[in-house]
Write a protein that binds this ligand. Sequence first.
Ligand SMILES: C=C(O[C@@H]1C=C(C(=O)O)C=C[C@H]1O)C(=O)O
Length: 368
Amino acid sequence: MNKMETLNNLRIDVEQLDNEILSLLSKRGELVKKIGLTKKELNVNIFDPSRELELLSKIDNNNPGPYNIESLKRIFKEIFAASKFLQYNSELKENKPFLFSRDYKSEDTIVNVNGQNIGDGIPRFIIGPCAVESFEQVQKVAAEMSKRGLNLLRGGAFKPRTSPYDFQGLGIDGLKILSSVSKEYDMGVITEIMSTDQLEEALEYIDVIQVGARNMQNFSLLKAVGQTNTPVLLKRGLSATIEEFKLAAEYILAEGNTNVILCERGIRTYETATRNTLDISAVPILKQETHLPVVVDVTHSTGRKDLLIPTAKAALAIGADGIMAEVHPNPAIALSDSKQQMNFDEFNHFMDAIETFSNKAVLEPVNS
Ligand SMILES: C=C(O[C@@H]1C=C(C(=O)O)C=C[C@H]1O)C(=O)O
């Protein structure tokens, strides 16, 4: 046998052993999963450091060589870590699909807000000023929306501003304005609540609680809104992955509130041409992987009025259930986001363009 053949034969033996190690690891994995389920019944922790130390010391005592004990410890610590992962995941994945998932519920969730079924296949429009500034300001916007048959009114009363010196919103007075205007025009009110202590009082005035991007992982707020029956519009965090976004929704669903609407509002990237980068592919991913309605906030994702029409068209074309956009009677003097809110002419032009587009899309479906 020449040297090359010897090498090949040795490698064949190594592969044989690798297969045996794999099958032993697989058997170990199955045992570890059973241990995990037993621990769950006993209500004890998955991670057991003293058990791991005991196993490492046995490995040290029984080590026949040639590997040194430090190498073996690293290998076995990896095995322990993979085993704990199996135990945590067998609990989550095998016994209980995530409540947001299509595995848990295959049909689309439809959230009814003031007679509008968000998620039923018809595009919905959530329109209003960035911040509530006065009764007249909100009333003017509502009147303009009403002319177009729109009845989902947004407006911020509690404003999470980047600078503490910027306008922080009118608070409860802002909610009262939203509520009385919405009664006058028969509209549903969507507004952001920033903390649990605002929640109870706010519920008297609003129809949809918005959890803003900066609060997407405020877990106590998510749990608190989950304990209500009021629909929740959950915005994607500034730098949140889709996985983190879905898990934030899970916090709300796990408390029993099934009326959750997801809102893609752009994410932070290196790109500076837009305020945020609209992650348009998040829409079909969320539609595939969750049963929840998905809306796109074209104002915050772009921060540019010239991009509102194309991004809204793209959002609807790719499967969004609705569009959120900001409108102000006089954006130049708005107390927040003055550059990105539409005035009434721009708003009507926007709606004309989107209505034509979505009717056309319905009449002439694009064959893929
Ligand atoms: C399997 C167990 O759970 C964990 C994983 C271990 C392992 O892979 O051997 C050991 C201790 C625990 O941290 C166990 O407790 O026995």
